[in-house]
Design a protein around this ligand. Structure first.
Ligand SMILES: [Zn+2]
Length: 242
């Protein structure tokens, strides 16, 4: 199968702790990322309340014609209706870290995880919708309001975004929908497998486990302390006998 070609670009200033190079190196069986991430400046003022930028203005700020199948535009400014993603014409997706970045940092999730999740949800949407992603003003049925940790969670309550940025899934309902939209079982299987690699850093995974299992972690640390003591005694005994 031909991979969906995704071009990423930055619009305005992005969070300093976003690893853009890592994003351009994401490997997948269903999409490929163009290696260069170009940055475009924002030299116009916002046109909506609360310093938000409308879809119409955004469309003038990004390249009109891109050569990829999907153009993912990353920004930090508020978007129309305070959404975190807007779908423009010509398969252009605009994603903002406004508010979202704060929630991800609170849950110790790398900012790149939400972008990786976006790659999967829109690469699949592109395939599901006959290579044309509907704009935000068109009806679409590929999200659901219920938060399940799925790449198609709507996240109307933005805090819920963290749920699908650490080992996200494709829920049963979305799998069934995709099967009726001619997405092959092989693609669904590959996506599920690759999504398992979108995780928090190992340190925070361990910290979360300790928080959720205080008794077990106390037991393990006690056993570890006793083992170290015994090992120390054995080494001391060996050294004094030498
Ligand atoms: Zn789902």
């Amino acid at each position: 199968m031909k991979k969906v070609k995704i071009q990423v670009c930055a619009l305005g200033t992005l969070p300093k702790d976003l690893n853009k190079i890592a994003l351009s190196k994401v490997k997948s069986e269903i999409f490929s990322i163009e290696p260069e991430i170009h940055t475009y400046e924002i030299r116009v003022e916002s046109d909506l309340y609360d310093w938000a930028y409308s879809d119409d203005i955004l469309a003038t700020l990004v390249p009109e014609n891109h050569e990829a199948d999907i153009l993912v535009v990353l920004t930090s400014v508020p978007l129309e209706l305070n959404y975190y993603t807007r779908r423009l014409h010509n398969n252009v997706i605009v994603f903002t870290f406004h508010e979202i970045g704060k929630y991800l940092k609170f849950d110790n999730i790398p900012l790149g995880n939400v972008v990786k999740r976006l790659f999967y949800s829109y690469a699949l949407a592109y395939l599901r919708k006959n290579q044309r992603i509907p704009t935000s003003y068109e009806l679409s049925n590929f999200t659901h309001d219920d938060t399940r940790g799925c790449i198609y969670d709507m996240n109307g309550v933005k805090e819920d975004i963290s749920t699908s940025c650490h080992k996200p899934i494709v829920c049963d309902e979305c799998c069934d929908r995709m099967k009726t939209e001619k997405i092959s079982l092989e693609i669904i299987k590959a996506v599920k497998s690759e999504l398992a690699n979108i995780t928090k850093n190992r340190y925070f995974v361990i910290a979360d486990w300790v928080k959720e299992n205080p008794i077990s972690s106390l037991f393990i640390s006690s056993v570890w302390a006793v083992s170290l003591g015994v090992l120390g005694s054995i080494i001391a005994g060996a050294l004094s006998g030498a």
